[in-house]
Design a protein around this ligand. Structure first.
Ligand code: GLP
Length: 270
């Protein structure tokens, strides 16, 4: 696992955006062999999406041959609800880049048969030969996508009941009213994320410090689904200083040391 520690959220977002663009460019995607990108929602990736839009506007990256799969979607709110992940993705990212609408894949939380919808999603990922880079955030309780504490580490796309913690955390987007937050969601599984060829999580802010500690220093546990990343051969967590508050000094120094000799993705985007 790589742990990239940036001073603050702005630098973290810039690093993450540059990294994603560099990976897309490196792959030289074509219509026959597109770059397959796993996408998260939430506040953590917003700065990274802004950076990617900037790079697109500067002509430094193109999404023409990029296919996306979103991590999750609420069940039971209309697709065009202002808090649906569908709306989030188009408002904050897709509307501002040259992605083809037919290359965007977001779970349908209003499908008649939700289980069939989850199976269809996994099959579609498979039809592209898997995901090249799965991006993600993390919940304060360590969940990735909506894989709440207790989720199987081999899980695949399915329906999940949200924990009270997540409902409270996400109520900030629903007029601070927990009753308005959907109680279930469709989500890729920990196993779906782990099957990607590479994974990059963005972790910022003091309220994620505990999740980061469990992800980096804790044992692998279904109670902190972020910890599954320890088993991935090519995972990166990019975090800010605030999120490091609970790391041991030796852990912090070790990763800082390693990264001081690594290439900044900025330099790959000339
Ligand atoms: C939700 C999403 C997760 C996201 C988490 C953290 O639960 N399903 O994918 O990582 O929120 O959100 P934020 O980045 O806003 O802290």
């Amino acid at each position: 696992m790589r742990l990239v520690i940036e001073p603050n959220y702005a630098d973290l977002s810039r690093w993450a955006g540059n990294y994603v663009a560099a990976r897309i460019n490196e792959a030289k995607p074509t219509p026959e062999k597109p770059f397959v990108l796993g996408c998260p929602t939430g506040s953590s990736p917003l700065g990274m999406y802004r950076r990617l839009i900037e790079l697109y506007n500067e002509g430094k990256v193109s999404f023409e041959n990029v296919v996306t799969f979103n991590m999750d979607e609420y069940v039971g709110i209309p697709r065009d609800h202002e808090q649906s992940y569908h709306t989030f993705m188009w408002t904050n990212f897709f509307n501002h880049i040259n992605i083809k609408p037919e290359n965007v894949n977001i779970l349908n939380g209003n499908a008649e048969d939700l289980e069939a919808e989850c199976r269809r999603f996994e099959e579609k990922i498979e039809s592209y030969g898997g995901i090249d880079l799965f991006m993600g955030g993390v919940g304060p309780d360590g969940h990735i996508a909506f894989n709440e504490p207790g989720s199987s580490l081999t899980s695949r796309t399915r329906i999940k009941t949200l924990t009270q913690d997540t409902i409270i955390a996400n109520s900030r987007f629903f007029e601070n009213n927990v009753d308005l937050v959907p109680k279930t969601a469709l989500t890729v599984g920990v196993g779906t994320v782990m099957a990607a060829r590479s994974v990059m999580l963005m972790v910022n802010g003091h309220n994620k410090a505990r999740a980061l500690r469990h992800g980096v220093e804790g044992g692998i546990s279904q109670m902190w689904t972020i910890s599954a990343l320890q088993m991935h051969p090519k995972s990166i967590i990019v975090c800010d200083e605030a999120a490091c508050a609970e790391l041991q000094v030796q852990t912090y120094r070790y990763f800082k040391d390693i990264e001081s000799s690594n290439l900044d993705p900025d330099s790959q985007l000339a």
